[in-house]
Design a protein around this ligand. Structure first.
Ligand code: ADP
Ligand code: MG
Length: 617
C-alpha cells in the first residue's frame, strides 16, 4: 500500500484512542472545558453509564457563533497563546471536542453574554453539520450520544453501566475538590444524584467541599497541611493515622489546580506515613501543590493526568517533610469514627486531647526526649529505658501486693489526694488498675481510658530512638563479653556492611569469621535485650529493604525493629507509679496515639457514653 495522508476523521479517531478511553474521560474533558469557561454551575447528566448519553451544561462565557466550527476542529484552542511553558487552564491541546466528535454524536449549543441568540453545531462520527440558531441561556451545553458507535472495537472494552457510572462519579468528585466555588450536579437514570453545592475558595470553604466529597467525618479525622519550600507551596489535609483505607483511591492530588495521578506524589505520601501505618493501609489525603507553571510539565500525556516536575526531589521532600511535621505536631490523636453500635462509644483516643498539652507545641529534640521521660525513669544509669519493670527486678511480693487490691486505694496509689486530683485533669488520667496483664485502666474527670501498654511503650521507645538518632547521640553500653551471633554468611556480610549505620544506634557489630558477627556494645535504651534475636531481626530487616530505601527510611525501620525489642511486653505487671509514668510519657510524646503499626495505643470512653450504654441517659 502506498503512503498516503490519513483523513481528518481517522486522525481524530487515533487521538480519541488516547484522550477518550471511556465515558468518564468524556465527562472529564467537558467539565474541564466548562471550568475553563469560568462556569459557576456545572450540571452533568448521564444515561447508560454515559455510553448512551452524556450532557454537560455550564453557565460559562460561551462560544461565539462564528467560532463554533473551530471549536470542533482539530488543534483549535482559545487557551494557548504562544507559550507551552505557561499553562494556566485545564485544557490547551485543542483535541477533546474533535476527538469526541469522531467517535460519537456530539452537539454543542452555546450563547455568549453579548450574543443575541444561541447557536448550535453537530458532529457525528467526524461528519460536521451546519451551524444553526437555537434557544438557550448564557453558557454552553455539550451533548454526547452513542459514544464509540463509530469505533465498535473500543465499545467492546466498556465494563458495564455500573462500573462506567462510578468511574464518572470519581472524575467529577476529583475535579470538584479543586473548584469549591463551583456548584456541581451529576444525575441520570443510571445513578444516584450527586449534588455538591458551591462553597468558596477560603480554607474553610475548601474543607467543606472536601467533606461533601469524602464524607463528613473526614475533617474531624484529618490534619491541615501548609508548607512552602523554594517557591513550591503545599496545602491540604491528610487523615490521622488511625483513619485509613484499604487502598489509595482516596488520595487526591492537584498541581496548580489540575487533578493529577502522580507516582511521585503517591510515593511521597507513602513515605510520610510509613512510620505510622501498616503496610496494607492507606491514608486519605487531599493535597494542593502550587508552583510556577514553568517548573512543571503537564504535557506528558494526552489525558494530562501525569506531570513532570523540574525538581522532583524538592517536591517529594516538601510533601514528606510537611506531612511528618503535621503528624508530629498533632500529637496523640486516634480516629473518632469507624466503630458502630456500642463500640462507637469506645472512641480510640480523644480529639480534645490533641489540642492540649505539650505534644502540640514545637518539638525540639531535647524537649521530646526529656518529656518522653526516658531520663526520668532512669534507675540505673546504663539502662535508662529499663524502667525497672523488665521482670528482673520485680519480686513476688511486689506482685502480690499489687494483685491484692488493684481497684482499691486509688488515691493512695496516686500519692496524695491533691496529686490524684491533678492526675484526673490530665489527658490520659490517673491509672487505676492493670487488667489482663497488658491493659492499663485509667480515669480522667469525664472518661475511662484503656491503654495497650505494650503498643504504647513500643511507640515511646521508637520515638525516643529516632529523636536520639537525630541528635546523633544514642548512648551504648559495652558488653562484658562480646556476644557471638552465628548467621547465614549473607546476613553476616550485610550486617558488616551496615555496621556504621548500626553504630549510630549504639549497636557495635563486626565480622567474626565466616558466618558470624560479634556484638560488642548495645544501645543503652534497650536495657538488657536478647542480642541474638535483635541481630537476626536486623539482618532480616536489612535484607528486605537493602536497595530501595533511603538512609533515613532505613534508619527508621531499624529504630522500629529495635523498639520492638526494648518494649515492655504484655504480660508484665506494672506498679501504679509505673503505669502513671507511662501515661505521662504518652501525653508528652508526639505520635504516641498510634503504635508503630498504626493501631491505636489507647481508647477513651466518655462518662456520658458509659451512662448511655447503661441506659441512664
Ligand atoms: P481545549 O480545551 O484543549 O482548548 P477542546 O477541544 O476541549 O480543546 O475545546 C476547544 C475550544 O472550544 C476551547 O479552546 C474553547 O475555546 C471552546 N470551548 C469548548 N467547550 C467550551 C465551553 N463549555 N465553554 C466555552 N468554550 C468552550
Ligand atoms: Mg478541553
Amino acid at each position: 500500500m502506498p503512503i498516503r495522508q490519513l483523513s481528518e476523521t481517522m486522525i481524530n479517531q487515533i487521538a480519541a484512542g488516547e484522550v477518550i478511553e471511556r465515558p468518564a474521560s468524556v465527562v472529564k474533558e467537558l467539565v474541564e472545558n466548562a471550568l475553563d469557561a469560568g462556569a459557576s454551575r456545572v450540571e452533568i447528566v448521564t444515561a447508560g453509564g454515559g455510553l448512551n448519553l452524556i450532557r454537560v451544561t455550564d453557565d460559562g462565557f460561551g462560544i461565539p457563533q462564528q467560532e463554533l466550527a473551530l471549536a470542533i476542529a482539530r488543534h483549535c484552542t482559545s487557551k494557548l497563546a504562544d507559550n507551552i511553558h505557561d499553562i494556566r487552564s485545564l485544557g490547551f491541546r485543542g483535541e477533546a471536542l474533535p476527538s469526541i466528535g469522531s467517535v460519537a454524536r456530539l452537539s454543542i449549543r452555546s450563547r455568549t453574554a453579548t450574543g443575541d441568540a444561541a447557536a448550535e453545531i453537530g458532529i457525528e462520527g467526524g461528519r460536521v453539520s451546519a451551524v444553526k440558531p437555537a434557544a438557550a441561556n448564557r453558557g454552553t451545553t455539550v451533548e454526547v450520544r452513542d459514544l464509540f458507535f463509530a469505533t465498535p472495537a473500543r465499545l467492546k472494552f466498556m465494563k458495564g453501566e455500573r462500573a462506567e457510572s462510578s468511574a464518572t462519579s470519581d472524575v467529577v468528585k476529583r475535579i470538584a475538590i479543586a473548584f469549591p466555588a463551583v456548584r456541581f450536579t451529576l444525575a441520570g437514570s443510571d445513578r444516584a444524584t450527586l449534588e455538591l453545592p458551591a462553597t468558596d475558595d477560603s480554607a474553610e470553604g475548601r474543607l467543606r467541599r472536601v467533606a461533601q466529597v469524602m464524607g463528613a467525618e473526614f475533617p474531624d479525622n484529618s490534619i491541615a497541611i501548609d508548607a512552602s519550600r523554594d517557591g513550591v507551596h503545599l496545602t491540604g489535609h491528610v487523615s490521622i493515622p488511625s483513619f485509613t483505607r484499604a487502598n489509595a483511591l482516596q488520595q487526591y492530588a492537584y498541581v496548580n489546580g489540575r487533578p493529577v495521578r502522580d507516582k511521585l506524589i503517591a510515593g511521597a505520601i507513602r513515605g510520610a506515613f510509613a512510620d505510622v501505618l501498616p503496610r496494607d493501609r492507606h491514608a486519605v489525603t487531599v493535597l494542593f501543590l502550587t508552583l510556577d507553571p514553568a517548573t512543571v510539565d503537564v504535557n506528558v500525556h494526552p489525558a494530562k493526568a501525569d506531570v513532570r516536575f523540574r525538581d522532583p526531589g524538592l517536591v517529594r521532600g516538601l510533601i514528606v517533610g510537611a506531612i511528618r511535621e503535621a503528624l508530629a505536631n498533632a500529637g496523640i490523636r486516634a480516629a473518632t469514627s469507624g466503630a458502630v453500635g456500642m463500640m462507637a462509644a469506645f472512641r480510640p483516643g480523644a480529639a480534645s486531647y490533641a489540642h492540649a498539652g505539650p505534644a502540640n507545641g514545637h518539638r525540639s529534640y531535647d524537649a521530646a526526649y526529656h518529656a518522653s521521660g526516658f531520663a526520668g525513669f532512669d534507675r540505673s544509669p546504663q539502662r535508662p529505658l529499663d524502667m525497672g519493670f523488665d521482670g528482673a527486678g520485680f519480686g513476688e511480693n511486689d506482685q502480690a501486693a499489687f494483685d491484692s487490691g488493684p481497684l482499691a486505694s486509688a488515691d493512695a496509689r496516686a500519692g496524695t489526694a491533691e496529686a490524684a486530683e491533678t492526675l484526673l485533669g490530665t489527658a490520659l488520667g490517673a491509672a487505676r488498675a492493670q487488667v489482663h496483664e497488658n491493659y492499663i485502666v485509667a480515669q480522667t474527670r469525664d472518661s475511662l481510658v484503656i491503654v495497650d501498654q505494650h503498643a504504647a511503650h513500643e511507640r515511646l521507645v521508637y520515638e525516643a530512638l529516632k529523636n536520639a538518632l537525630h541528635s546523633r547521640a544514642v548512648p551504648s553500653q559495652m558488653l562484658l563479653l562480646p556476644e557471638i551471633v552465628d548467621l547465614p554468611e549473607e546476613d553476616a556480610e550485610r550486617l558488616a556492611m551496615h555496621s556504621e549505620t548500626l553504630a549510630r544506634f549504639g549497636l557495635g557489630v563486626e565480622r567474626f569469621g565466616p558466618g558470624a558477627v560479634a556484638v560488642r556494645e548495645t544501645p543503652s535504651m534497650l536495657g538488657e535485650t536478647n542480642v541474638q534475636q535483635l541481630v537476626r531481626d536486623l539482618a532480616d530487616e536489612i535484607a528486605d529493604n537493602d536497595t530501595v530505601e533511603t538512609l533515613k527510611e532505613r534508619l527508621d525501620k531499624i529504630a522500629a525493629t529495635m523498639a520492638c525489642h526494648g518494649s515492655v511486653r504484655s504480660g508484665r505487671l506494672l506498679k501504679p507509679e509505673e503505669m502513671n509514668a507511662l501515661l505521662r510519657q504518652m501525653e508528652a510524646t508526639p505520635g504516641s496515639g498510634t503504635c508503630n503499626h498504626g493501631r491505636p495505643t489507647y481508647i477513651e470512653l466518655k462518662l456520658a457514653d458509659i451512662e448511655r450504654l447503661f441506659g441512664r441517659r
